[in-house]
Design a protein around this ligand. Sequence first.
Ligand SMILES: [Fe+2]
Length: 106
Amino acid sequence: MPEFATPYSGTTLDRPMTKQELIRAIRYAIAAEYEAIQLYMQIAEAADDELATAVLKDIAEEEVVHAGEFLTLLTHLAPEEKQLYDEGAGEVREMMEKLGIEHEAA
Ligand SMILES: [Fe+2]
């Protein structure tokens, strides 16, 4: 079990992560948040219990917040990726313009 006094206890590393390892771990954490959202929404939509559905949808929404936190952390750790995200966003905005779909200007 991890211990508070030894921050790397419980990990498979016997040293601090490198920056690239941290970036990969954060990407994995983002994927885990989206997987959790999918799982909780699937259960919420399948459940025949009003409270369980409400709790699961509430937690799913919190996971979206967590994903946002991790995405912000990732773009801080890997600012070069932000340029690529912006490039992708620009490509979608171009498609939206071609299709006559309104969008917010970046
Ligand atoms: Fe989370």
